[in-house]
Design a protein around this ligand. Structure first.
Ligand SMILES: Cc1ncc(COP(=O)(O)O)c(C=O)c1O
Length: 369
């Protein structure tokens, strides 16, 4: 029989996170999804409305509007300690598109891409779409990256290494020493790092976010306004890398996307250059919830490293399917750990990007189990 669909999508599954989301109906408490429950800050919405009202509704430069790329370039210098010209920045439709074009630009059929196991679901799916091979590197017990495990997985086909700190689904923030060690290892083996930093500003307990690009040029740095400013639906992300990389990625971006949404670009400009109190307010509220969730789960004798970033906790459970099902009967949605890779088995991802009231209610119900 003629195969109607391309083989490259045959072994890609619908994301486990989406499945959890789609199972949701009215009175469920959703601890499954990864997006801030806050409203987009007022000054950002105003900028979007102004863009609309002034007719800023057409295509923009493929790379994105200049003012926004200038602002992003300044942000990388001030917050991430590396210098990149506005020309070396591409504004994308969310971090998702940035990940897609980064992977497509470096991965050929059969190339291997190292990534944490467990990790964000898109890393392996996008690698497969590029006809590459995702290679999960089991995380340490405390969910940090293991240099030893990484070394074992490097082969002559290794092309890329995906770093994601703060991490989804574990909330781990890698130390400066760890990032430096990852960068050194990658450069010794001529491996390009793709650094997904979308949770950069959602970070607690005084730990510091470190960008691999502050140590090396062989890095594609990816970020977005999605999580930081509660703007997931604006679909606005960006990437930075040396010219030789952005030139290649731009070719893909211009054909699959043309440009990021113009209205969202103006909103992102207001987000990045405007007052940043909204970011610390959201972070403080996430921290309050994290502390509450950590205490509640510890009261239930659950085992997990305390997350230092993002808005997830990844506790171990006896049987993830049973646990997820029991919670579903109580009308609570969490994501099974295996959705993020084999090392996630018998864990669940609990997202605390939901209201304090819902969280309290969910933990009360969980205690009853
Ligand atoms: C690690 C990570 N990267 C990227 C994304 C996608 O970001 P965006 O909504 O900007 O496409 C997510 C969303 O959950 C994520 O967790």
């Amino acid at each position: 029989m003629v195969n109607k669909f391309a083989h490259r999508i045959a072994d890609i599954e619908i994301s486990g996170i989406r499945k959890a989301f789609e199972a949701l109906s009215g009175d469920f408490i959703n601890l499954g999804l990864g997006e801030p429950d806050f409203d987009t800050p007022e000054h950002i919405k105003t900028a979007a409305v102004q863009a609309l009202n002034s007719g800023f509704t057409g295509y923009t430069f493929n790379k994105g509007i200049e003012e926004l790329r200038d602002a992003i370039s300044n942000k990388f210098l001030s917050d991430n300690n590396f210098s990149v010209s506005p020309e070396e920045i591409i504004v994308t439709s969310g971090a998702s598109e940035a990940l897609h074009i980064a992977i497509l630009s470096i991965v050929e059929k059969g190339d291997e891409v190292l990534m944490p196991n467990p990790c964000f679901v898109s890393f392996s799916a996008l690698t497969k779409l590029a006809e590459g091979k995702p290679v999960g590197v089991p995380l340490n017990e405390d969910f940090t990256m293991s240099i030893e495990a990484l070394k074992e997985k490097i082969t002559t086909k290794t092309k890329g290494l995906i770093v994601n700190s703060p991490a989804n689904p574990t909330g781990t923030v890698e130390s400066e020493a760890s990032i430096k060690a990852l960068v050194d290892l990658a450069s010794d083996h001529h491996i390009t790092i793709i650094s997904d930093e979308v949770y950069e500003y959602i970070i607690y307990d005084g730990v510091k976010h470190i960008s691999p690009a502050s140590f090396s040029d062989e890095v594609i740095t990816i970020n977005a306004v999605s999580k930081t400013y509660a703007m997931t639906g604006f679909r606005l992300g960006y990437l930075a890398a040396p010219d030789e990389y952005t030139e290649q990625m731009l070719k893909i971006h211009q054909y699959i996307q043309a440009c990021a949404p113009s209205i969202s670009q103006k909103a992102a400009l207001a987000a990045i250059t405007g007052p940043q109190e909204c970011v610390s307010e959201m972070r403080n509220e996430f921290k309050r919830r994290r502390d509450f969730a950590v205490d509640a789960l510890r009261d239930m004798d659950m085992q997990f490293p305390v997350p230092k970033g993002a808005f997830y906790i990844f506790p171990r459970v006896d049987d993830e399917n049973e646990f997820v099902e029991q919670l579903r009967l109580k009308k609570i949605i969490v994501t099974p750990g295996s959705a993020f890779g084999s090392r996630g088995k018998d864990h669940v991802r609990i997202s605390y990007a939901t209201s304090f009231e819902d969280l309290s209610r969910a933990f009360e119900l969980m205690k009853d189990m």
